[in-house]
Design a protein around this ligand. Structure first.
Ligand code: ZN
Length: 258
């Protein structure tokens, strides 16, 4: 079988490790060509350097930066607009260019809620959805190369049952009724990857993002989980598959990208 080509589209340096680190390490080891486009933070910033180290650990090549500003951190790209403010056609065109050059079989990004609602994550989802579809049309973005149609888009997420069990482990009670929770209902998960063999690499890639570890961001929340819950998050990655060619797989949850 020809080698699989995998492209991740992430909002920030560190998301590639947190949400797709096990998948990237697993498929790189299996001979896939893997790459990551990161929408915010500019070349030359500290976090771009941390991204470079994380990608080296995961075997995912050099950073591919769109170079826009984080919605909440102007220092991420001095003088550049916020990613969420750039006209959609412009960012879609940039991503179409990466897709047509890299010719991925599958593209990975966040679910429609950006897993937990960060505006940059939600926007990266929108741009990736639009770009994967647009990349296949020869009428669109002529300047961006020959049309290419990935087979599927995988939306990284967390099953709601896992969110609820972590919530109970951390807070000792159920969330208040009506509270907006991360992830999606379990029956929307199409793909569950066991990445337990790559947990340590994923953890190492996460720690390449030293400034985020220091700041108390998502990774610190992961560190704060009780050990069994943290191990579960490191050893498993979940997706909702959106097919762009033919019918989605039927007959239960798949255990590999296809
Ligand atoms: Zn993020």
């Amino acid at each position: 079988m020809a080698e699989l080509r995998v492209l991740c589209v992430h909002a920030h340096p560190d998301d590639e490790a947190i949400w797709t680190g096990g998948t990237l390490a697993r498929y790189a080891d299996e001979g896939a060509v893997t790459a990551v486009v990161t929408c915010t933070w500019a070349e030359g910033t500290r976090r771009a350097g941390e991204l470079e180290r994380s990608l080296a650990i995961l075997g995912a090549g050099e950073p591919l930066l769109l170079g826009y500003a984080d919605a909440r951190k102007p220092e991420s790209a001095p003088g550049a607009p916020r990613f969420v403010d750039v006209p959609l056609d412009e960012t879609v065109g940039q991503l179409v260019e990466h897709i047509r050059r890299l010719r991925p079989d599958v593209v990975l990004t966040y679910d429609g809620y950006g897993v937990y609602g960060h505006p940059d994550h939600v926007h990266a989802h929108r741009v990736a959805m639009a770009a994967v579809e647009a990349a296949g049309y020869d009428q669109l973005h002529h300047e961006a190369g020959d049309p290419w149609r990935p087979r599927a888009l995988y939306l990284a997420t967390i099953p709601r049952s896992v969110v609820l069990s972590h919530w109970r482990a951390v807070f000792g009670a159920d969330p208040d009724p009506g509270r907006t929770l991360p992830g999606v209902p379990d029956d929307r998960i199409t793909t569950h990857l066991d990445v337990s063999r790559w947990s340590e690499r994923k953890w190492a890639a996460m720690h390449a993002h030293e400034s985020e570890v220091g700041r108390g961001a998502s990774m610190t929340m992961l560190t704060a989980l009780p050990e069994p819950a943290r191990a579960l998050m490191l050893a498993n990655e979940w997706y909702r598959r959106v097919s762009f060619t033919g019918a989605p797989p039927t007959g239960g949850v798949e255990t590999a990208l296809g």
